[in-house]
Design a protein around this ligand. Structure first.
Ligand code: ZN
Length: 173
């Protein structure tokens, strides 16, 4: 079991586009295992590789992480093939501690990806899983929930987070 440190915004890793995985190697499978351990330890319902400092297109999602009633989705190079509907829900993010904001996204999506064995996967989903997958794919593009907000609110929250990070850094010195 390896729980990895989670990068906190505005860590530069969270702001850049992640690279596609070329092949599912033992290293990639280890990354998926470590990300899963980190997700359940946090605990969270979704995690993207850039959040643990790896700029690759890998995400894990389990909307029921607290009670383990659904299966974990590990998606490599995930792509949204189509999306429909619209839903507004409160979202949080392990990289943006103490912030929850309403975000509007499509309600239903069809996803294509590789699973942890490198097999092609295609499925449709809605509800919380569709929400988490879209949030995590955003991370692969260097997008965080702040980027879905209006400019004034985004700037305010960014300032708050940067200040908080500074205080933490100073407390560690
Ligand atoms: Zn997030």
């Amino acid at each position: 079991m390896a729980v990895l440190p989670i990068r906190i915004y505005p860590d530069p890793m969270l702001l850049k586009k992640a690279k596609p995985v070329q092949a599912v190697t033992p290293e990639i499978r280890k990354l998926v295992t470590d990300m899963t351990d980190t997700l359940y330890d946090a605990p969270g319902i979704g995690l993207a590789a850039p959040q643990v400092g790896v700029s690759l297109r890998v995400i894990v999602a389990d909307p029921s992480s607290r009670d383990h009633t659904s299966e974990l989705q590990a998606l490599i190079n995930p792509v949204i093939l189509w999306a429909e509907g619209e839903e507004t829900l409160e979202e949080g993010c392990l990289s943006l501690p103490n912030i929850t904001e309403e975000v509007t996204r499509p309600a239903r999506i069809r996803v294509s990806a590789w699973d942890r064995d490198g097999k092609d996967l295609q499925f449709e989903t809605d509800g919380l899983l569709a929400r988490v997958i879209q949030h995590e794919i955003d991370h692969l593009e260097g997008i965080v929930i702040l980027d879905h907000l209006g400019k004034a609110k985004r700037d305010l929250l960014k300032k708050k987070l940067i200040k908080k990070q500074k205080e933490l850094a100073e407390a560690r010195m």
